[in-house]
Ligand binder design. Structure first.
Ligand SMILES: [Zn+2]
Length: 555
């Protein structure tokens, strides 16, 4: 009881402290004819159920001809996850956009269904874009919105979910989907209907040039209600990584503050909670995280992390204002954005046609500080030693302090291997081509046997993780590269890197990839022989010199 009482007092103090956060300006009032979200209708005490989201969409459809609802996927528990297609006019299908100057932008919310303000903000935005004639975005943009991506997690609402988060007081959903998977760790293995639906029905079908993924933070203390990141993998196109980080996000940040009165910062956590001066660290480069995955597909992505200790209303409006600022940027820079992603695709294909020795895939990736420091409006922390433990208790004080710190967000490889022009996979496991095709990769099969010089990875050691993670004991491997002349039978899978998704192909198929198919156990039955000692050769071979190969596409 005591602990609970203390927690309540602490929570009340925290809420009180945050009432002092200046509420974002431009508080939205629903257009007269439009429906109100559950958050608006309850004065931000509650968030929408799945049924409420669906009826809100139906009401918008009744009021506007510029909205069509598609199905993103059917969830594990049988819910049809809606995808809104908003355009003036609404394109019948992606082919209708082939000679259209509009760009396609995709906003996604509720991937973690306890982090709910994106759901409310995207619904409000859909309404306002459709019904408020002052918002001119639809001249330049076709807007896709998935307001309730993790529908199964959403309705498992409980005020005890996400205990540190301030509101909504009636509770929010759970992090995982209907399979108990974290959808923001599933982008490479694609084991959920949500991620497979996202790739097939959004990324491949509509090919949005920008994805925004809305979340709520889990830890650090600061005043800014919004934080953000771009794609981080150094195996993505470096020009796109730099563009989002150095040009787009600073411009969006400035608009957000000047036009909408919402403060924002680059996403991070203190390198050391006991000593803020040491720096601010972005999360990870790995493409299991959706925004990093989008970068590997040569598209732009923004991670939105709203501050969990800001009250629910502040978070919803901050999120809404961020999305508006992003739309402002996209509308003003549509031709530049379209050119950027087209050039990245062309560069990737060009590189794969005849890779040079300097074309590489990065390994052992770490973060170093960017040239510019980051400024965070934080709070001083009290460090209270704990007897018998090396970890002290950390307590946020009410003393505000602005920290100017190194920002560890430049992910770079400490080691790299050569990029091939193709990967050859002489195993006849149907799961492998299915997985590659789920990502939208072009996959072929050799139509006759061929003898080739190719590089093999001879495994020396395979270590399965001790702890299960997302249902896997992921592999850590060591081994040696060796060029071999070997025969590849008819039916061998062939994956060329000269395709727009060539960077993704490498991340999935490289032996030492920290987020590839070998890591995620897809090749487990091929790498250890029964009764044998040690490990086999990884059955994915790298071809460095372009060759004419008789091959046919796999559907
Ligand atoms: Zn999240």
């Amino acid at each position: 009881m005591k602990a609970v009482a203390q927690f309540r007092i602490a929570l009340a103090a925290l809420i009180a402290a945050h009432l002092l956060i200046p509420a974002p300006g431009a508080a939205q009032t629903a257009p007269a004819a439009g429906p109100r979200t559950t958050a608006e209708a309850t004065d931000y005490a509650a968030t929408s159920t799945f049924a409420e989201v669906i009826s809100f969409i139906r009401e918008l459809q009744r009021l506007s001809p510029f909205l069509r609802a598609e199905t993103l996927c059917t969830s594990t528990e049988g819910r049809e996850v809606p995808l809104l297609v908003i355009g003036k006019p609404v394109p019948q299908d992606p082919l209708a956009l082939r000679y259209d100057k509009r760009i396609v932008v995709y906003f996604q919310a509720n991937i973690h269904a306890g982090e709910v303000e994106g759901k409310e903000a995207t619904l409000m935005l859909a309404r306002d874009v459709l019904l408020d004639p002052r918002l001119p975005y639809l001249d330049r943009i076709v807007l896709l919105i998935a307001p309730i991506f993790n529908a199964d997690g959403n309705d498992k609402m409980d005020p005890r979910n996400r205990p540190g988060q301030v509101g909504p007081e009636k509770g929010s959903g759970v992090r995982h989907n209907g399979q108990n998977l974290d959808l923001n760790r599933d982008a490479m293995k694609l084991e959920s209907p949500e991620l497979r639906g996202l790739v097939r029905n959004v990324l491949v079908r509509w090919d949005p040039l920008l994805l925004v993924d809305c979340h709520t933070t889990n830890g650090s203390y600061h005043e800014e209600p919004v934080s953000y990141s771009g794609p981080l993998s150094p195996n993505g196109d470096p020009a796109l990584v730099a563009y989002v980080r150095d040009k787009m996000l600073p411009a969006v940040d400035a608009t957000l503050e000047k036009k909408h009165g919402t403060l924002s910062i680059p996403y991070g956590d203190p390198v050391d909670f006991r000593d803020m001066e040491k720096g601010w660290q972005n999360f990870s480069h790995q493409p299991r995280y959706l925004t990093n995955y989008i970068g590997l597909r040569n598209r732009l992505a923004i991670l939105d992390e709203n501050y969990s200790y800001a009250d629910f209303r502040t978070r919803v409006l901050g999120n809404y204002n961020l999305l508006r600022s992003i739309l402002d940027y996209c509308a003003a820079n549509a031709p530049e954005l379209a050119r950027l992603v087209a050039e990245a695709d062309a560069r990737t294909v060009e590189r794969g046609l005849a890779p040079k020795e300097t074309d590489t895939f990065g390994l052992d990736i770490e973060a170093r500080a960017l040239p510019d420091k980051v400024t965070v409006r934080g709070y001083e922390t009290e460090v209270i030693p704990r007897e018998g433990s090396p970890f002290p208790q950390l307590k946020r004080t009410d003393r505000k302090r602005t920290y100017v710190m190194p920002y560890f967000a430049d992910f770079f490889p400490k080691r790299s291997v050569r990029l091939p022009c193709a990967y050859l996979i002489p195993v006849f496991d149907p799961a492998i081509p299915v997985k590659l095709r789920q990502h939208g990769l072009a996959v072929e099969r050799l139509t006759e046997a061929v003898t080739l010089e190719a590089e093999a990875f001879r495994l020396k050691e395979i270590k399965g993780a001790e702890r299960l993670f997302q249902g896997h004991r992921t592999n850590a491997v060591t081994g040696e590269y060796a060029v071999e002349t070997r025969q590849f039978p008819k039916g061998t899978l062939l994956v060329r890197t000269a395709q727009p998704l060539g960077r993704l192909a490498s991340y999935l198929l490289e032996a030492e990839s920290d987020d590839g198919l070998l890591f995620w156990n897809f090749f487990d039955s091929y790498i250890v022989r029964q009764w044998g000692r040690g490990a086999e050769t990884y059955p994915v071979f790298k071809l460095f010199s372009p060759r004419d190969l008789a091959a046919a596409g796999v559907d």
